[in-house]
Design a protein around this ligand. Structure first.
Ligand SMILES: [Zn+2]
Length: 340
């Protein structure tokens, strides 16, 4: 049994070991360190729930998004100390440790645009985010191995800006698979009652798990970015408890589906940057999900103007400071699921 340490300090010492190192926990579970910030817990056979879940909890894909890192570190600490016992397989991924150490969002590139193989596209491009994204894909592939297990991936983030809906989740494009009411109810248990339905393939981490591993995966935005130590952890009580229950109970008790409990949005348009002259015509600190009146000019991109087309279009993730060809904002509209 390894004595209690800060998890990241624990794994950093083993950064250069090629073989995973593993140790037993007090309840008989096996903890395996696969890499810096990558730790897998296999529940003890007598505690293992049926049906088994394989749960990936990732955080720190953007290194300065501290609240999810603290939430995962606390849950992991309780599992390592024996205060809690895992009943499902769980893989903790602290996404970008080098950026986390520096307290920055990224070193060279937005890691959450580098999955599903995007890390290896583009001639001559190799950087730490790309290498790490490639390895994270490999770890997820290694982890999802138990036949018949339900595969889950919650990629936890905090947003750069405030939001009209403080917590929200992006539901990756599910292709032919129906939307999961149970998963949305679980997000509700996490305090996440605004769901944004993605409309096509992306290069995010959660979409990677959905597309390549048939997992239920979500990008979960839990609030606004703050430095380590400045998070009001009371704002995350529901998320912490729901994730703990997910890992440590055979199943999670969920509220029944009530459409009025959720705000569901569909992505209507994705606005990419076409020129260096791209600029927004609204305040740079506008909240996510802010609506503008029909006809309002949102942005200019050279001669091109982006205008609000529908009665209720709202802006999400506006960011003019991206490379040409990358997304500057999403325009979303309210929609409904399972109205009955
Ligand atoms: Zn993020």
């Amino acid at each position: 049994m390894i004595p209690q340490h800060d998890f990241l300090a624990l794994t950093r010492r083993h950064e250069w070991q090629l073989d995973p190192f593993s140790f037993s926990l007090a309840d008989g579970a096996q903890a395996q360190v696969w890499d810096t910030g990558v730790l897998c817990i296999e529940p003890a056979s007598q505690l293992r729930a049926e049906p088994l879940k394989e749960i990936v909890l990732s955080c720190g894909i953007h290194g300065n998004e501290t609240a999810p890192i603290e939430i995962c570190n606390q849950l992991l600490g309780k599992l390592l100390s024996g205060e809690l016992s895992a009943r499902h397989r769980v893989l903790f991924l602290f996404g970008n440790p080098a950026a986390m150490n520096l307290g920055v969002r990224e070193l060279e590139e937005n890691m959450n645009r580098l999955f599903s193989g995007a890390h290896s596209k583009g001639v001559g491009l190799c950087n730490r985010e790309r290498i790490r994204a490639m390895r994270l894909e490999q770890y997820v592939s290694r982890f999802y191995s138990h036949p018949g297990a339900e595969r889950l991936h919650y990629d936890l983030h905090t947003a750069i800006r405030g939001s009209r809906h403080e917590k929200f989740a992006v539901y990756p494009f599910p292709h032919d698979r129906p939307y999961s009411q149970e998963q949305i109810r679980f997000l509700g248990a996490c305090g996440v009652r605004t769901i944004l339905l993605s409309n096509g393939p992306t290069t995010t981490f959660s979409y990677y798990s959905v597309r390549h591993h048939d997992a239920y995966g979500f990008t979960v935005e839990l609030g606004k970015v703050r430095p380590f130590g400045e998070n009001d952890m009371t704002r995350f009580i529901e998320a912490r408890q729901a994730l703990q229950e997910l890992v440590c109970e055979a199943s999670v008790t969920l509220e029944p589906w009530r459409p009025e409990d959720f705000n569901i949005f569909a992505i209507d348009r994705v606005i990419n940057k076409r020129s260096a002259d791209f600029r927004f015509l609204f305040a740079s600190d506008v909240d996510n999900f802010t609506e503008f009146p029909q006809g309002f000019v949102l942005a200019e991109d050279g001669a091109l103007r982006h205008v609000v087309e529908k009665e209720r279009e709202a802006v999400v993730f506006p960011n003019a400071n991206v490379a040409i060809g990358q997304r500057t904002m999403l325009l979303v509209v309210p929609t409904r699921l399972w109205d009955a």
